[in-house]
Design a protein around this ligand. Structure first.
Ligand SMILES: *[C@@H]1O[C@H](CO)[C@@H](O)[C@H](O)[C@H]1NC(C)=O
Ligand SMILES: *[C@@H]1O[C@H](CO)[C@@H](O)[C@H](O)[C@H]1NC(C)=O
Ligand SMILES: *[C@@H]1O[C@H](CO)[C@@H](O)[C@H](O)[C@H]1NC(C)=O
Ligand SMILES: *[C@@H]1O[C@H](CO)[C@@H](O)[C@H](O)[C@H]1NC(C)=O
Ligand SMILES: *[C@@H]1O[C@H](CO)[C@@H](O)[C@H](O)[C@H]1NC(C)=O
Ligand SMILES: *[C@@H]1O[C@H](CO)[C@@H](O)[C@H](O)[C@H]1NC(C)=O
Ligand SMILES: *[C@@H]1O[C@H](CO)[C@@H](O)[C@H](O)[C@H]1NC(C)=O
Length: 650
């Protein structure tokens, strides 16, 4: 089944092609005929490969987009009804998940489709994200305007040698306040440990959830508090904590404003203040309802996420002060000087570059949603003039497979301009223990051209590895990272469900420093971009070091070996602070191929917050046939099924 799907997908993809101006003209005349070709070709069994190659792929995809656009013009209700049928009939998710998720996210897609030109760059992008059938379009060139050129003598300051600060980094806590001890941990949904049905209820299931969590479930409150206590135990003198987003659990088909507000308030106003002295927060893609829904200011819609910004700004105000909180109330971004230091914290909203924020698929995609990039330039320029050091905090790493290439390219121009003012960038989102490097020249990646480090912290939630947090040892003058130590609690140890024990897992400098040539073991030496580039070179040359790194990504949980293409792509991603260089390829279902490591698709989807919508067309054969039968059943759309492909739906 999986293999067959892959063959179909691979042949549909073929060489890279664009669904934009100048594509082949349709050979078939109506959308209906083309869709039938699609179905016949992919149900042909052993000869499917040949048949798929013989259909006009671009026409088929145009037809599919045209039909969905026609449906969207019938209104949100018709669109949601039909897509829900497709989700249920194609067996994408349980019925309740299909109904809930599509009623929430469907109207955003319908909005995109109503405004979409076919063909257009945006249609290609939509095809890439939603169907996984188109390669990413080339970056639309745009040059960021800077108030001044980079000073010719600009350089990263060297370490001061003064006593380092300890700074905690936590991420993706995904706390499920509806977690029930004793509820079924072996359910059919992306997170379990909830009494979804009577059979899942405590006492009725053979798979009762323990007190401190399960890898099929998001974090219980007990696990969240256990981590804060461990932080207090291991780093009682921490200067502050950075939290790179995603408070809310992953039952995305149920989340609503009431729940998200309650979750955000519980974490930021109750739990964190009880244990942590100061927290610099970030808005994650799960911290909204519908999930990933962050309309930009330019979009005309009644669905607003202003309530998210209001909630965050008021919760963060006790840590960042009222001026920065007022800024956070605009769209979740703020810039603030850490008191008594030369460090400026800049927290920005990466959801404006996130491929699953379907609001971004506007008729013509905005170059700078909400003017956030312009704002970053203003803040960084002022920081440079004042001689400040900057830490950039965001949720989604800006070089990841989830980051739209255009936004990532524009952001990278800013990184390149201010690389000596920004001491480091800090993200979460992937749930994995990893990092990304930026280069001044991506065609000459070396220790010399490596010029920015993105530190990506792994998650608390147990869905993709043992629960964890990081502590950085930081130069108090340059704010360069001198080392980091990862702490974990091992879910597989026998006493875990009674009393999770937290322990040091590894330190970056201890692990890699002595293996490098020359060795980097001095406590005062910064882990520079050059250091990390050399670590990736070590991965290439010493496979055992690389395999140990792979094991650490999930903190020793469900470790799989990674060699050949997997290894090449992994190292490519580590060397891509800009997303067009990350070697991530598009494929149906798993749209952006996550590397062969990690565990099941279920866990990976959850890790990157994939919406149900992008799973709908994963199996194009099933979904196209479900689409046709639903439209027939509901007596919808015969008009555009029969329409010639050259006419645009009204
Ligand atoms: C660069 O040169 C300018 C002007 O001479 C000077 O003010 C500044 O301190 C220098 N910066 C560095 C990092 O050396
Ligand atoms: C989950 O349940 C299925 C059947 O309902 C069973 O086959 C499987 O072994 C269970 N998984 C675990 C981890 O117990
Ligand atoms: C367990 O299942 C029975 C029968 O379906 C149901 O009546 C009962 O309410 C369930 N128990 C709980 C705690 O929900
Ligand atoms: C929001 O979700 C919660 C939990 O699923 C539910 O109890 C509540 O009724 C929902 N509220 C609204 C306004 O839909
Ligand atoms: C980047 O590196 C390539 C390959 O070494 C080189 O040809 C090119 O000139 C470099 N670009 C810049 C802007 O330095
Ligand atoms: C990185 O490796 C190069 C040799 O390839 C070496 O010259 C340089 O000093 C190393 N830098 C760091 C920071 O380890
Ligand atoms: C976690 O505990 C299990 C069982 O004791 C052990 O096999 C495994 O190596 C441990 N993992 C780590 C990362 O220590």
């Amino acid at each position: 089944m999986f293999l067959r799907q892959w063959i179909v997908a691979a042949s549909l993809l073929g060489a890279s092609f664009a669904l934009s101006e100048g594509d082949d003209v349709a050979k078939r005349t109506t959308a209906n005929e083309i869709l039938s070709d699609f179905e016949n070709a992919v149900t042909c069994g052993s000869c499917e490969l040949l048949n798929v190659q013989s259909i006009d792929r671009i026409s088929a995809i145009k037809a599919l987009l045209g039909i969905l656009q026609g449906l969207a013009h019938l209104g949100n209700d018709a669109f949601v009804d039909v897509i829900t049928d497709v989700c249920v009939l194609a067996g994408v998710e349980d019925k309740d998940v299909c109904e809930g998720a599509i009623s929430l996210e469907g109207p955003i897609l319908a909005h995109d489709l109503r405004n979409m030109d076919i063909p257009s760059t945006n249609a290609v992008l939509f095809c890439s994200t939603v169907f996984g059938l188109c390669d990413y379009p080339d970056v639309t060139q745009y040059t960021i305007d800077f108030p001044s050129a980079k000073p010719s003598n600009a350089s990263r300051p060297s370490s001061s040698g003064q006593t380092p600060l300890q700074i905690v980094h936590i991420s993706d806590i995904h706390v499920d306040l509806s977690y029930e001890v004793g509820a079924n941990y072996n359910c059919t949904k992306n997170i379990c440990c909830r009494p979804y049905t009577d059979a899942d209820a405590p006492g009725n299931t053979s798979y009762p959830a323990g007190e401190y969590g399960n890898s099929n479930c998001d974090s219980p409150l007990s696990l969240e508090e256990s981590m804060y206590k461990a932080i207090d135990q291991f780093v009682p003198d921490a200067s502050f904590t950075i939290f790179t987003g995603d408070v809310v659990e992953g039952a995305v088909w149920l989340v609503n404003e009431t729940e998200v507000t309650n979750d955000l308030n519980d974490a930021y106003n109750k739990r964190m203040p009880s244990y942590l002295n100061k927290v610099y927060g970030v808005v994650g893609n799960h911290d909204a309802a519908p999930v990933n829904s962050f309309p930009t200011a330019a979009i005309d819609t009644t669905l607003s996420s202003q309530w998210v910004y209001d909630t965050l700004s008021s919760a963060w105000s006790k840590w960042i002060g009222s001026t920065a909180a007022t800024s956070a109330d605009n769209y979740g971004a703020y810039s603030v000087k850490h008191p008594g230091s030369n460090l400026r914290i800049i927290s920005f909203n990466t959801n404006f570059y996130y491929r699953e924020n379907f609001w971004l698929y506007e008729k013509t995609m905005e170059t700078d949603p909400n003017g956030q990039l312009r704002w970053l330039v203003t803040e960084l320029s002022a920081a440079e003039a004042a001689g400040e050091r900057v830490w950039l905090l965001g949720h989604m790493p800006m070089g990841s497979g989830d980051t739209l290439h255009d936004g990532s390219n524009y952001f990278n121009q800013i990184i390149q301009r201010y690389d000596t003012t920004i001491a480091g960038a800090f993200y979460g989102h992937t749930h994995k223990d990893e990092f990304e490097l930026s280069y001044s020249n991506y065609t000459a990646k070396s220790a010399d051209t490596a010029n920015m480090m993105s530190y990506i912290a792994p998650a608390l939630t147990p869905t993709s590895g043992n629960p964890t947090f990081r502590v950085y040892s930081v130069d108090p003058v340059t704010f360069g990272v001198l080392d980091f130590t990862v702490y974990i609690t091992n879910m597989s140890t026998p006493g875990y469900q009674k009393n999770p024990v937290w322990d040091k897992y590894y330190s970056a400098k201890e692990t890699y420093g002595s293996l490098l040539e020359p060795a980097v073991t001095d406590d005062a030496a910064e882990l520079t971009p050059a250091f990390w580039h050399n670590v990736t070179a070590l991965f290439e040359n010493e496979d055992s070091v690389f395999q140990d790194y792979i094991a650490r990504k999930t903190r020793g949980w469900e470790v799989e070996s990674c060699s050949g293409d997997c290894k090449t792509e992994e190292i490519c991603q580590l060397r891509a602070g800009e997303s067009q260089y990350n070697c991530v390829t598009v494929s149906p279902g798993m749209n952006f191929k996550k590397r062969d490591i990690g565990s099941t698709a279920k866990h990976q989807e959850h890790a990157c917050g994939r919406s149900t919508m992008t799973g709908i067309f994963a199996d194009i054969e099933k979904s196209v046939s479900a689409l046709k039968s639903s439209m027939k059943k509901r007596n919808l759309g015969q008009g555009f099924l029969d329409r010639s492909l050259n006419s645009t739906p009204a």
